[in-house]
Design a protein around this ligand. Sequence first.
Ligand code: ZN
Length: 376
Amino acid sequence: MASRKAAATGPGTGLAAAANRERAHLELAELGPLLEEKGEQGAAGPPSAEDPPCPAAREEEEEVVRVLTLPLQAHHAMEKMEEFVYKVWEGRWRVIPYDVLPDWLKDNDYLLHGHRPPMPSFRACFKSIFRIHTETGNIWTHLLGFVLFLCLGILTMLRPNMYFMAPLQEKVVFGMFFLGAVLCLSFSWLFHTVYCHSEKVSRTFSKLDYSGIALLIMGSFVPWLYYSFYCSPQPRLIYLSIVCVLGISAIIVAQWDRFATPKHRQTRAGVFLGLGLSGVVPTMHFTIAEGFVKATTVGQMGWFFLMAVMYITGAGLYAARIPERFFPGKFDIWFQSHQIFHVLVVAAAFVHFYGVSNLQEFRYGLEGGCTDDSLL
Ligand SMILES: [Zn+2]
Protein backbone atom coordinates (compact mmCIF):
# COMPACT_ATOMS: atom_id res chain seq x y z
CA MET A 1 0.00 0.00 0.00
CA ALA A 2 2.68 2.45 1.05
CA SER A 3 4.85 1.65 -1.93
CA ARG A 4 1.89 2.12 -4.24
CA LYS A 5 1.25 5.50 -2.75
CA ALA A 6 4.92 6.36 -2.83
CA ALA A 7 4.97 5.39 -6.43
CA ALA A 8 1.89 7.42 -7.16
CA THR A 9 3.27 10.49 -5.48
CA GLY A 10 6.27 10.53 -7.77
CA PRO A 11 9.67 12.11 -7.34
CA GLY A 12 10.25 14.57 -4.55
CA THR A 13 9.75 17.89 -6.38
CA GLY A 14 6.01 17.35 -6.77
CA LEU A 15 5.72 16.69 -3.07
CA ALA A 16 7.12 20.01 -2.01
CA ALA A 17 4.79 21.82 -4.36
CA ALA A 18 1.83 19.77 -3.21
CA ALA A 19 2.63 20.47 0.42
CA ASN A 20 2.38 24.19 -0.23
CA ARG A 21 -1.12 24.06 -1.58
CA GLU A 22 -3.96 25.27 0.53
CA ARG A 23 -5.25 22.49 2.71
CA ALA A 24 -8.91 23.38 2.43
CA HIS A 25 -8.78 23.18 -1.34
CA LEU A 26 -9.45 19.72 -2.71
CA GLU A 27 -8.55 20.40 -6.30
CA LEU A 28 -8.26 17.95 -9.13
CA ALA A 29 -4.56 18.53 -9.28
CA GLU A 30 -4.39 17.30 -5.73
CA LEU A 31 -6.51 14.28 -6.41
CA GLY A 32 -4.51 13.57 -9.52
CA PRO A 33 -1.63 11.72 -7.88
CA LEU A 34 -4.12 9.46 -6.09
CA LEU A 35 -5.87 8.73 -9.31
CA GLU A 36 -2.84 7.86 -11.35
CA GLU A 37 -2.99 4.52 -12.97
CA LYS A 38 -1.00 1.42 -12.28
CA GLY A 39 0.97 1.78 -15.50
CA GLU A 40 2.73 4.78 -13.97
CA GLN A 41 4.08 2.83 -11.05
CA GLY A 42 7.30 1.85 -12.72
CA ALA A 43 8.19 5.43 -13.55
CA ALA A 44 8.11 6.36 -9.91
CA GLY A 45 10.77 4.01 -8.67
CA PRO A 46 14.08 5.22 -7.35
CA PRO A 47 15.49 8.07 -9.41
CA SER A 48 17.78 6.34 -11.89
CA ALA A 49 21.39 7.29 -12.20
CA GLU A 50 21.86 8.99 -15.55
CA ASP A 51 24.95 7.30 -16.89
CA PRO A 52 26.00 4.46 -14.68
CA PRO A 53 29.75 3.98 -14.47
CA CYS A 54 29.63 0.30 -13.73
CA PRO A 55 26.73 -2.05 -12.82
CA ALA A 56 27.91 -2.79 -9.29
CA ALA A 57 28.41 0.85 -8.34
CA ARG A 58 25.10 1.79 -9.92
CA GLU A 59 23.25 -0.86 -7.97
CA GLU A 60 24.82 0.27 -4.76
CA GLU A 61 23.96 3.86 -5.46
CA GLU A 62 20.40 2.94 -6.34
CA GLU A 63 20.14 0.98 -3.13
CA VAL A 64 21.28 3.96 -1.09
CA VAL A 65 18.86 6.26 -2.89
CA ARG A 66 16.03 3.79 -2.37
CA VAL A 67 16.78 3.40 1.31
CA LEU A 68 16.91 7.16 1.79
CA THR A 69 14.01 8.31 -0.35
CA LEU A 70 11.44 5.58 -0.13
CA PRO A 71 10.56 5.93 3.55
CA LEU A 72 10.39 9.69 3.06
CA GLN A 73 8.17 9.38 0.03
CA ALA A 74 6.07 6.78 1.78
CA HIS A 75 5.70 9.08 4.77
CA HIS A 76 4.61 12.02 2.62
CA ALA A 77 2.29 9.81 0.63
CA MET A 78 0.79 8.51 3.86
CA GLU A 79 0.22 12.05 5.09
CA LYS A 80 -1.33 12.94 1.76
CA MET A 81 -3.57 9.91 1.88
CA GLU A 82 -4.66 10.71 5.44
CA GLU A 83 -5.47 14.24 4.40
CA PHE A 84 -7.43 12.96 1.43
CA VAL A 85 -9.36 10.45 3.53
CA TYR A 86 -10.06 13.14 6.10
CA LYS A 87 -11.42 15.50 3.45
CA VAL A 88 -13.56 12.74 1.98
CA TRP A 89 -14.78 11.90 5.48
CA GLU A 90 -15.77 15.51 5.92
CA GLY A 91 -17.63 15.43 2.63
CA ARG A 92 -15.19 17.88 1.08
CA TRP A 93 -14.89 16.32 -2.32
CA ARG A 94 -15.81 17.48 -5.77
CA VAL A 95 -17.06 15.65 -8.79
CA ILE A 96 -14.38 14.89 -11.34
CA PRO A 97 -14.30 14.28 -15.10
CA TYR A 98 -14.27 10.82 -16.65
CA ASP A 99 -10.66 11.19 -17.90
CA VAL A 100 -9.11 11.27 -14.44
CA LEU A 101 -11.08 8.33 -13.03
CA PRO A 102 -9.04 5.24 -12.17
CA ASP A 103 -9.60 2.31 -14.51
CA TRP A 104 -11.93 0.48 -12.13
CA LEU A 105 -14.31 3.47 -12.07
CA LYS A 106 -14.29 3.95 -15.82
CA ASP A 107 -17.53 2.42 -16.99
CA ASN A 108 -19.36 4.68 -19.41
CA ASP A 109 -17.19 7.02 -21.48
CA TYR A 110 -20.24 8.93 -22.72
CA LEU A 111 -20.69 10.39 -19.23
CA LEU A 112 -18.00 13.04 -19.41
CA HIS A 113 -18.28 14.85 -16.09
CA GLY A 114 -19.85 14.69 -12.65
CA HIS A 115 -18.22 11.50 -11.38
CA ARG A 116 -17.46 10.90 -7.73
CA PRO A 117 -13.73 10.48 -6.98
CA PRO A 118 -12.64 7.20 -5.39
CA MET A 119 -13.65 7.53 -1.73
CA PRO A 120 -12.42 4.72 0.50
CA SER A 121 -14.94 5.54 3.23
CA PHE A 122 -18.41 4.00 3.52
CA ARG A 123 -19.60 7.03 5.45
CA ALA A 124 -18.59 9.31 2.58
CA CYS A 125 -20.21 6.98 0.04
CA PHE A 126 -23.50 6.95 1.95
CA LYS A 127 -23.39 10.71 2.43
CA SER A 128 -22.97 11.05 -1.33
CA ILE A 129 -26.55 9.76 -1.74
CA PHE A 130 -27.57 13.34 -1.01
CA ARG A 131 -25.13 14.93 -3.46
CA ILE A 132 -25.50 15.42 -7.21
CA HIS A 133 -23.25 13.23 -9.37
CA THR A 134 -23.49 10.57 -12.08
CA GLU A 135 -24.84 7.95 -9.64
CA THR A 136 -27.46 10.07 -7.83
CA GLY A 137 -30.25 9.07 -10.24
CA ASN A 138 -29.20 5.41 -10.20
CA ILE A 139 -29.23 5.32 -6.40
CA TRP A 140 -32.58 7.05 -5.92
CA THR A 141 -34.50 5.22 -8.63
CA HIS A 142 -33.85 1.90 -6.91
CA LEU A 143 -33.89 3.23 -3.36
CA LEU A 144 -37.44 4.49 -3.90
CA GLY A 145 -38.31 1.30 -5.80
CA PHE A 146 -37.03 -0.69 -2.84
CA VAL A 147 -39.27 1.26 -0.43
CA LEU A 148 -42.26 0.77 -2.79
CA PHE A 149 -41.83 -3.01 -3.02
CA LEU A 150 -41.07 -3.36 0.67
CA CYS A 151 -44.39 -1.64 1.44
CA LEU A 152 -46.30 -3.65 -1.18
CA GLY A 153 -44.77 -6.84 0.17
CA ILE A 154 -45.69 -6.05 3.76
CA LEU A 155 -49.25 -5.11 2.72
CA THR A 156 -49.63 -8.36 0.78
CA MET A 157 -48.34 -10.44 3.67
CA LEU A 158 -50.71 -8.67 6.07
CA ARG A 159 -53.72 -9.16 3.80
CA PRO A 160 -56.41 -11.14 5.63
CA ASN A 161 -56.26 -14.85 4.91
CA MET A 162 -59.92 -14.85 3.82
CA TYR A 163 -58.82 -13.34 0.48
CA PHE A 164 -56.77 -16.41 -0.39
CA MET A 165 -57.74 -19.97 -1.17
CA ALA A 166 -54.55 -21.40 0.34
CA PRO A 167 -53.24 -18.45 2.37
CA LEU A 168 -49.93 -19.94 3.51
CA GLN A 169 -48.98 -21.34 0.13
CA GLU A 170 -50.04 -18.23 -1.78
CA LYS A 171 -48.26 -15.89 0.61
CA VAL A 172 -45.07 -17.92 0.21
CA VAL A 173 -45.48 -17.68 -3.57
CA PHE A 174 -45.99 -13.90 -3.44
CA GLY A 175 -43.24 -13.70 -0.85
CA MET A 176 -40.77 -15.18 -3.35
CA PHE A 177 -41.62 -12.40 -5.79
CA PHE A 178 -41.25 -9.68 -3.17
CA LEU A 179 -38.06 -11.20 -1.84
CA GLY A 180 -36.59 -11.15 -5.36
CA ALA A 181 -37.71 -7.56 -5.95
CA VAL A 182 -36.57 -6.23 -2.58
CA LEU A 183 -33.19 -7.97 -2.79
CA CYS A 184 -32.63 -6.85 -6.38
CA LEU A 185 -33.48 -3.22 -5.67
CA SER A 186 -31.54 -3.03 -2.41
CA PHE A 187 -28.42 -4.69 -3.87
CA SER A 188 -28.71 -2.23 -6.73
CA TRP A 189 -28.94 1.01 -4.74
CA LEU A 190 -26.25 -0.25 -2.38
CA PHE A 191 -23.98 -1.06 -5.30
CA HIS A 192 -24.45 2.36 -6.88
CA THR A 193 -23.80 3.98 -3.48
CA VAL A 194 -20.52 2.21 -2.66
CA TYR A 195 -19.39 1.82 -6.28
CA CYS A 196 -16.70 4.50 -5.81
CA HIS A 197 -15.37 3.09 -2.48
CA SER A 198 -12.56 0.92 -3.84
CA GLU A 199 -11.97 -1.62 -6.54
CA LYS A 200 -12.60 -4.55 -4.21
CA VAL A 201 -15.83 -3.19 -2.73
CA SER A 202 -17.12 -2.15 -6.14
CA ARG A 203 -16.43 -5.60 -7.55
CA THR A 204 -18.11 -7.40 -4.65
CA PHE A 205 -21.23 -5.25 -4.80
CA SER A 206 -21.47 -5.43 -8.59
CA LYS A 207 -21.67 -9.22 -8.25
CA LEU A 208 -24.47 -8.80 -5.71
CA ASP A 209 -26.19 -6.32 -8.04
CA TYR A 210 -26.16 -8.75 -10.97
CA SER A 211 -27.22 -11.66 -8.76
CA GLY A 212 -30.13 -9.49 -7.62
CA ILE A 213 -31.39 -9.14 -11.20
CA ALA A 214 -31.41 -12.94 -11.54
CA LEU A 215 -33.27 -13.21 -8.19
CA LEU A 216 -35.90 -10.71 -9.35
CA ILE A 217 -36.48 -12.61 -12.60
CA MET A 218 -36.65 -15.96 -10.76
CA GLY A 219 -38.97 -14.53 -8.12
CA SER A 220 -41.23 -13.05 -10.79
CA PHE A 221 -41.70 -16.45 -12.40
CA VAL A 222 -42.92 -18.10 -9.19
CA PRO A 223 -46.40 -16.52 -8.72
CA TRP A 224 -46.96 -16.28 -12.48
CA LEU A 225 -46.33 -20.00 -13.00
CA TYR A 226 -48.20 -20.85 -9.81
CA TYR A 227 -51.43 -19.17 -10.92
CA SER A 228 -51.13 -19.73 -14.69
CA PHE A 229 -50.68 -23.48 -14.27
CA TYR A 230 -52.83 -23.68 -11.15
CA CYS A 231 -54.38 -27.03 -12.04
CA SER A 232 -51.37 -28.48 -13.89
CA PRO A 233 -48.78 -29.16 -11.20
CA GLN A 234 -46.49 -31.14 -13.48
CA PRO A 235 -45.70 -28.50 -16.14
CA ARG A 236 -45.65 -25.94 -13.32
CA LEU A 237 -42.94 -27.86 -11.51
CA ILE A 238 -40.94 -28.40 -14.71
CA TYR A 239 -41.02 -24.70 -15.66
CA LEU A 240 -40.16 -23.66 -12.12
CA SER A 241 -37.20 -26.04 -12.05
CA ILE A 242 -35.95 -24.76 -15.41
CA VAL A 243 -36.10 -21.11 -14.37
CA CYS A 244 -34.30 -21.96 -11.12
CA VAL A 245 -31.50 -23.74 -12.98
CA LEU A 246 -31.18 -20.85 -15.46
CA GLY A 247 -31.32 -18.26 -12.68
CA ILE A 248 -28.65 -20.01 -10.61
CA SER A 249 -26.51 -20.31 -13.74
CA ALA A 250 -26.85 -16.55 -14.29
CA ILE A 251 -25.79 -15.95 -10.67
CA ILE A 252 -22.76 -18.20 -11.18
CA VAL A 253 -21.82 -16.36 -14.38
CA ALA A 254 -22.16 -13.06 -12.49
CA GLN A 255 -19.41 -14.19 -10.08
CA TRP A 256 -16.94 -14.14 -12.94
CA ASP A 257 -14.65 -11.16 -12.33
CA ARG A 258 -14.68 -9.88 -15.89
CA PHE A 259 -18.48 -10.05 -16.16
CA ALA A 260 -18.73 -6.53 -14.76
CA THR A 261 -16.25 -4.94 -17.17
CA PRO A 262 -17.49 -2.48 -19.82
CA LYS A 263 -16.35 -4.96 -22.48
CA HIS A 264 -18.99 -7.44 -21.35
CA ARG A 265 -21.91 -5.03 -21.24
CA GLN A 266 -23.63 -6.93 -24.07
CA THR A 267 -22.92 -10.30 -22.42
CA ARG A 268 -24.65 -9.06 -19.28
CA ALA A 269 -27.68 -7.75 -21.13
CA GLY A 270 -27.79 -11.06 -23.05
CA VAL A 271 -27.64 -13.31 -19.95
CA PHE A 272 -30.53 -11.53 -18.22
CA LEU A 273 -32.52 -11.14 -21.42
CA GLY A 274 -32.13 -14.88 -22.01
CA LEU A 275 -33.26 -15.62 -18.47
CA GLY A 276 -36.35 -13.44 -18.89
CA LEU A 277 -37.10 -14.79 -22.34
CA SER A 278 -37.21 -18.34 -20.95
CA GLY A 279 -40.77 -17.27 -20.09
CA VAL A 280 -41.65 -17.52 -23.79
CA VAL A 281 -42.06 -21.32 -23.59
CA PRO A 282 -44.66 -21.40 -20.77
CA THR A 283 -46.39 -18.41 -22.40
CA MET A 284 -46.72 -20.36 -25.67
CA HIS A 285 -47.87 -23.41 -23.72
CA PHE A 286 -50.58 -21.41 -21.97
CA THR A 287 -51.71 -19.60 -25.14
CA ILE A 288 -51.88 -22.78 -27.23
CA ALA A 289 -53.72 -24.69 -24.49
CA GLU A 290 -56.19 -21.91 -23.64
CA GLY A 291 -56.45 -19.97 -26.86
CA PHE A 292 -55.53 -16.35 -27.51
CA VAL A 293 -58.69 -14.86 -26.02
CA LYS A 294 -58.36 -16.64 -22.68
CA ALA A 295 -54.63 -15.96 -22.60
CA THR A 296 -55.17 -12.22 -22.92
CA THR A 297 -58.17 -12.00 -20.58
CA VAL A 298 -57.86 -14.66 -17.90
CA GLY A 299 -54.11 -15.11 -18.43
CA GLN A 300 -53.35 -11.36 -18.19
CA MET A 301 -50.96 -11.74 -21.13
CA GLY A 302 -51.39 -8.08 -22.07
CA TRP A 303 -49.81 -7.02 -18.78
CA PHE A 304 -47.05 -9.58 -18.99
CA PHE A 305 -46.36 -8.51 -22.55
CA LEU A 306 -46.10 -4.90 -21.41
CA MET A 307 -43.75 -6.02 -18.65
CA ALA A 308 -41.55 -7.90 -21.15
CA VAL A 309 -41.46 -4.87 -23.47
CA MET A 310 -40.32 -2.69 -20.55
CA TYR A 311 -37.56 -5.08 -19.50
CA ILE A 312 -36.36 -5.59 -23.07
CA THR A 313 -36.39 -1.85 -23.80
CA GLY A 314 -34.46 -1.26 -20.57
CA ALA A 315 -31.89 -3.93 -21.37
CA GLY A 316 -31.55 -2.61 -24.94
CA LEU A 317 -30.99 0.99 -23.83
CA TYR A 318 -28.55 -0.24 -21.20
CA ALA A 319 -26.54 -2.31 -23.67
CA ALA A 320 -26.50 0.39 -26.36
CA ARG A 321 -26.07 3.30 -23.89
CA ILE A 322 -28.84 5.37 -25.43
CA PRO A 323 -29.33 8.39 -25.23
CA GLU A 324 -25.88 9.45 -23.96
CA ARG A 325 -24.11 7.83 -26.91
CA PHE A 326 -25.72 10.41 -29.23
CA PHE A 327 -25.04 13.38 -26.96
CA PRO A 328 -21.92 12.61 -24.89
CA GLY A 329 -21.77 14.79 -21.81
CA LYS A 330 -25.42 15.86 -22.00
CA PHE A 331 -26.84 13.10 -19.77
CA ASP A 332 -24.06 12.95 -17.17
CA ILE A 333 -26.42 13.59 -14.27
CA TRP A 334 -29.98 12.92 -15.44
CA PHE A 335 -31.67 10.66 -18.03
CA GLN A 336 -28.65 8.49 -18.81
CA SER A 337 -29.41 4.97 -20.08
CA HIS A 338 -28.77 3.33 -16.71
CA GLN A 339 -31.36 5.49 -14.96
CA ILE A 340 -33.96 4.79 -17.67
CA PHE A 341 -33.17 1.10 -17.31
CA HIS A 342 -33.62 1.36 -13.52
CA VAL A 343 -37.00 3.10 -13.86
CA LEU A 344 -38.16 0.52 -16.42
CA VAL A 345 -37.16 -2.32 -14.08
CA VAL A 346 -39.26 -0.87 -11.24
CA ALA A 347 -42.19 -0.15 -13.58
CA ALA A 348 -41.99 -3.64 -15.14
CA ALA A 349 -41.90 -5.30 -11.72
CA PHE A 350 -44.95 -3.26 -10.69
CA VAL A 351 -46.85 -4.21 -13.87
CA HIS A 352 -45.92 -7.84 -13.18
CA PHE A 353 -47.27 -7.57 -9.64
CA TYR A 354 -50.51 -6.11 -11.02
CA GLY A 355 -50.89 -8.94 -13.54
CA VAL A 356 -50.15 -11.62 -10.95
CA SER A 357 -52.62 -10.01 -8.50
CA ASN A 358 -55.31 -10.26 -11.21
CA LEU A 359 -54.43 -13.93 -11.72
CA GLN A 360 -54.74 -14.49 -7.98
CA GLU A 361 -58.11 -12.76 -7.88
CA PHE A 362 -59.35 -14.82 -10.79
CA ARG A 363 -58.42 -18.11 -9.09
CA TYR A 364 -60.02 -16.87 -5.90
CA GLY A 365 -63.18 -16.06 -7.88
CA LEU A 366 -63.25 -19.65 -9.11
CA GLU A 367 -62.84 -20.69 -5.48
CA GLY A 368 -59.61 -22.42 -6.39
CA GLY A 369 -61.48 -25.22 -8.07
CA CYS A 370 -59.90 -27.21 -10.86
CA THR A 371 -63.19 -28.56 -12.14
CA ASP A 372 -63.18 -26.38 -15.25
CA ASP A 373 -61.14 -28.70 -17.47
CA SER A 374 -60.68 -26.05 -20.11
CA LEU A 375 -58.34 -24.13 -17.82
CA LEU A 376 -54.82 -25.21 -16.99
ZN1 ZN B 1 -27.88 -0.33 -11.77
